[in-house]
Design a protein around this ligand. Structure first.
Ligand code: CMC
Length: 435
């Protein structure tokens, strides 16, 4: 019998050998490397755990975001998302995620000013954007230009220099709205609208998106605040697919621009941040309330997925979806009601009453209503994942920084279960190739 000094342990019998092991339990988890002591003999590498999508594997210890999926709880640094969305600005939340504490008045002013001072991008970046086809997806442009930024800041490689690292964190938060808005204006053949540092973070983004011939763009305060809240709701979500990518690329000590570009590429996928775009396309495809039952029948036959429904972690409700419904009504008071809202409401109502969705614990997620709001605000569907990326940037950076500074972290390098052919030789294959 093998014993380790642990106050809590898992007693495991290996039925192959009859040996019994005590595997220590710390913070409700066993260390996967402790399984390696479980061997059938000296030649055996040791037991591996198999978890292809990290369904039950903690990849890090993190103090940033807490989620309880069964109870629909989401907290950033301990603060409930509902309170943050009600009382804070997005930049305050970004500060909280990155610093661990809320900023006091002076710290917030300094943080906001520093972000404002870095909103411009190098003029050469515009030349890259000009090179894209007019119908290029803005998310593709964003992924590319985020990576391109690393070439303008070679010192971003100095990731363990605190001052340099912090300066590039600021730059990424400050510049992503500029890259995003420029990508949009390129698609529409519009001249780029430069940042206006008098405006708030969301106000300036709206300015760069929509400014026309007016000397000074003045955002509608209700829409400016709605966008701020939407960015807060997207700011972090612990070890989601793109944060995991950010940490994995960061674990190779790549610079933050390259890491963020990879994270944005992950977010682009329709199962992740691309879902809000997919929801809108789905709702437009359904068209009218009468077509909802047919659509749900196709979902239940397994032909398609109900986009904007379901979540790996939330199995009861997504707290962000609740807040978004409130924001939607505030936005529609300014913009008028989005006609697709009726289709969405009918879809939600019928799905929540249907045993298939109840049994599969499928509820609306953050993406179900966000797209309807963005569309009412005038954003083209292709911009929806880009908006998600702007909101998620502070979360990616907080996760990246926590990862690279964590002494437990090494280069991210999973194991595999090899299921390919045994060793074989070219002899016969080589002669048949030459024939
Ligand atoms: N529509 C229909 N069935 C679904 C859906 C859906 N949206 N989501 C899950 N299921 C079913 C799935 O078919 C499976 O059924 P069964 O057990 O009978 O085979 C079961 O529910 C479990 O599905 P899963 O794919 O194993 O669940 P997951 O935790 O791996 O996937 C998810 C989570 C978000 C990828 C998935 O629910 C999904 O594809 N949803 C639609 C896309 C979407 O809205 N994504 C946005 C997620 S929230 C924002 C973000 O994190 O980016």
């Amino acid at each position: 019998m093998t014993t380790n000094e642990h106050t809590e342990a898992l007693k495991v019998t290996d039925t192959r050998t009859g040996r019994i092991y005590d595997i220590g339990i710390v913070d409700g988890a066993v260390h996967a490397t402790d399984l390696r002591q479980i061997k059938t003999g000296n030649e055996d590498f040791g037991l591996l755990s198999y978890d292809p999508a990290f369904l039950n594997t903690a990849s890090c210890r993190s103090a940033i975001t807490y989620i309880d999926g069964d109870r629909g709880i989401l907290r950033y640094r301990g603060y409930p998302i509902e309170e943050l969305a009600e009382q804070c600005s997005f930049l305050e939340v970004a500060y909280l995620l990155l610093h661990g504490e809320l900023a006091d008045k002076a710290e917030l002013e300094e943080w906001t000013d520093t972000i404002r001072n870095h909103t411009f991008i190098h003029e050469s970046i515009k030349k890259f954007i000009d090179g894209f086809h007019p119908d290029a997806h803005p998310m593709g442009i964003l992924v590319s230009t985020l990576a391109a930024l690393s070439t303008f800041y070679p010192d971003a490689k100095e990731i363990f220099d605190d001052d340099r690292r912090k300066s590039h964190i600021v730059r990424l938060i400050a510049k992503i709205p500029t890259l995003a808005a420029f990508a949009h204006r390129h698609a529409f053949g519009l001249p780029y609208a430069y940042p206006d540092d008098d405006l708030s973070y969301p106000g300036n983004f709206l300015n760069m998106m929509w400014k026309a011939t007016e000397l000074k763009y003045r955002p509608d305060p209700a829409l400016e605040r709605a966008l701020d809240v939407l960015l807060i709701l997207h700011a972090d979500h612990e070890q989601n697919c793109s944060a995991n990518v950010m940490r994995a690329v960061g674990s190779a000590h790549s610079d933050p621009y390259s890491s963020a570009s990879a994270a944005a590429a992950a977010l682009y996928g329709p199962l992740h941040g691309g879902a809000n775009e997919a929801v809108l396309k789905m709702l437009a495809g359904i068209g009218t309330v009468e077509n909802v039952p047919d659509h749900l029948a196709r979902v239940k036959r397994g032909e398609i997925r109900l986009m904007g429904f379901g979540h790996r972690v939330y199995k009861n409700f997504d707290p962000r979806a609740k807040i978004i419904k409130r924001v939607a009504s505030e936005v529609f008071e300014v913009t008028g009601r989005n006609p697709l809202l009726d289709v969405a409401l009918e879809l939600e109502k019928r799905a929540l009453e249907d045993p298939y969705f109840v049994e599969h614990k499928l509820y609306p997620n953050v993406d179900f209503y966000s797209g309807i709001i963005y569309q009412a605000m005038g954003f083209p569907v292709e911009m929806f994942p880009v908006l998600f990326a702007i909101g998620r940037m502070p979360g990616w950076l907080a996760q990246w920084e926590e990862g690279i500074l964590d002494p437990d972290q090494k280069i991210s390098r999973p194991r595999q279960l090899y299921v390919g052919p045994e060793e074989r030789h070219l002899g016969l294959a080589a002669s048949s190739r030459s024939r």
